[in-house]
Design a protein around this ligand. Structure first.
Ligand code: 1AL
Ligand code: MN
Ligand code: MN
Length: 514
């Protein structure tokens, strides 16, 4: 018997002539479903193994490799990879649109200042720089063969609201620092293929609710119609581009796409944003895969009225409807096994793995008109939903939407569910991952003078520019330990030594592979 989720492909819905919702059919097959579930289990298995193994683990490194590693501190470039990198992160962490917290959304005034600062650091590292027509900052060195396929190293310069200073910035700063070391060593001009560092203009998707605008434009996965997406103030992407002196035309937008034949690979260093590396006692880890994600916008419209005069039984209150829907979402994501069903033999196995990777969040909610003595006329909230398995995510979205509409019907409230963003799960390339693993291993050995345990391998619940870049390139990612697993918060912290380890790992990767 086939083992697959029972799910319909398309849901269409109309209500009060307001709502039309079409959910895309998932193209995942049940075999890829099983594969992802398997890799999910592999992740926990590897963490388990990591806990067990000692320095005599199965990871082999030869005597020659150990001798090659110079543990002289000066060869570790602490002034550049640690002190300067940390001071740059601190500087960038102050480039904000808000006075008392860090906020740097796509094409905001602060993002313009961040572009200039990052560009000057790239130039300081000996790179040729430019800013493209969607605000991505590029720094490139051609090396000895300008026509060879390029290695791209990237991360993003935008932030969430009330952000920490490492999410995105860490990857940019560490990459630039590693290239600066190559410049000082006189190796930069001799790299065997072009290296391009890119600081992407939008990964968080805070302003336009659709993420990866910078990297997806480069990967060619964004249609030109994305120019017409508008933010909360009804400013379109096109308006925002023009306000920032970019062309903002369809032509300039479509020209951003990189020819995939010109790209060799994409690597990204990123703060882990979770607690795994800290719990394992490792500064660095290799990313095996990245969970798929969907963002929905739910708009509930009821009957606006007087808080003192309308009897409870006669209300059509979108706020209480929102409360019910949000709790329904929480039940779905805590216990998906109660809401979606599997046929036949895979029961148990798939449900269990889904409930471990599925996470759902309502992070934004607005009410109109927003006054304490007014029954709201309209409430809007967002849903962020992620899982390692794309098909399971689609099944949850389908069933959740169905039950949300039913709840709204019972309350005589109109409901519109729009899909604002979608990114399928991505697996990292095996070869790049093992190169990054060796680079991390060697960085740790160079820093401590000891042979470390095997570098952990972990999955990412957070989204990354690597997801967009995977459409034109093989991708690999390194995670850097963070304090308490905290991110998307001003409490986010990476120790100075771990910043150093990350820079040194990129340097080792470049020295070994280019
Ligand atoms: N690394 C991130 O914080 N990424 C975030 N942004 C996107 N687009 O995924 C997220 O929400 O996970
Ligand atoms: Mn983030
Ligand atoms: Mn990020």
């Amino acid at each position: 018997m086939e083992c697959s989720l029972i799910k319909p492909n398309i849901i269409t819905r109309r209500r009060n002539s307001l709502s039309v919702n079409i959910f895309k059919a998932s193209s995942s097959s049940s075999s890829s479903f099983n594969l992802k579930i398997l890799s999910f289990f592999l992740f926990f298995f590897l963490i388990f193994i990591n806990k067990l193994v000692s320095s005599s683990s199965s990871y082999s490194i030869t005597g020659a490799e150990i001798e090659d590693i110079d543990v002289n501190t000066n060869s570790l470039f602490p002034q550049i990879l640690k002190e300067e990198a940390v001071s740059r992160l601190t500087e960038l962490g102050k480039v904000s649109d808000a006075d008392h917290f860090l906020e740097r959304t796509f094409l905001s005034p602060a993002s313009g200042r961040a572009r200039s600062v990052i560009r000057s650091w790239m130039e300081d590292a000996g790179l040729r720089t430019w800013v493209d027509q969607i605000g991505n900052v590029h720094g490139r060195v051609e090396g000895i063969n300008a026509t060879a396929k390029a290695l791209i190293i990237g991360s993003h310069l935008d932030t969430v609201i009330d952000a920490g200073m490492f999410d995105g910035s860490l990857g940019i700063v560490c990459a630039v620092s590693a290239l600066k070391v190559l410049k000082i060593n006189g190796k930069l001009e001799n790299v065997t293929r072009p290296i391009e560092v890119i600081a992407f203009s939008d990964e968080e998707g805070v302003r336009f609710q659709t993420a990866f605008l910078g990297s997806a434009a480069l990967a060619g996965t964004l249609p030109a119609s994305a120019l017409q997406i508008s933010d909360k103030s009804d400013v379109t992407v096109q308006d925002a581009l023009k306000e920032n002196s970019f062309e903002g035309t369809e032509e300039s937008f479509l020209q951003l796409k990189y020819d995939q034949r010109s790209v060799w690979g994409y690597i990204e260093v990123h703060i882990e944003q979770g607690p795994v590396l800290e719990s394992l006692g490792f500064p660095l880890g290799v990313v095996k895969g990245i969970a798929g994600q969907t963002r929905l916008k739910v708009t509930l419209s009821g009957a606006q009225g007087h808080a003192g005069t309308v009897p409870m039984a006669m209300r059509k209150d979108p706020m209480t409807a929102a409360a019910e829907l949000i709790l329904l979402l929480e039940s779905f994501c805590k216990h998906p096994e109660n809401f979606i069903f599997y046929d036949g033999q895979c029961k148990g196995f798939s449900v269990e793995s889904l409930s471990q990777s599925l996470v759902c969040t309502v992070g934004e909610i607005y009410s109109w008109p927003g006054a304490s003595n007014v029954i709201p006329g309209q409430v809007t909230f967002t849903i962020d939903i992620r899982a390692m398995d794309d098909m399971a995510r689609e099944a949850i979205i389908f069933e959740l939407s169905k039950q949300m509409y039913q709840a709204c019907d019972r309350r005589s409230v109109s409901c519109v569910i729009e899909r604002k963003h979608n990114a399928e799960a991505v697996m990292c390339d095996d070869e790049l991952s093992s190169q990054l693993k060796s680079a991390s291993y060697s960085a740790m050995m160079r820093m401590t003078g000891e042979i470390p345990d095997e570098v952990p391998v972990l999955m990412s619940g957070a989204g990354h520019d690597a997801m967009a870049m995977s459409h034109i390139s093989k991708v690999g990612m390194l995670f850097v330990r963070c304090r308490g697993g905290i991110s998307h918060s001003p409490e986010e912290h990476v120790s100075d030594d771990d910043v150093w380890a990350a820079g040194l790992a990129i340097l080792s990767f470049l020295e070994t592979n280019l």
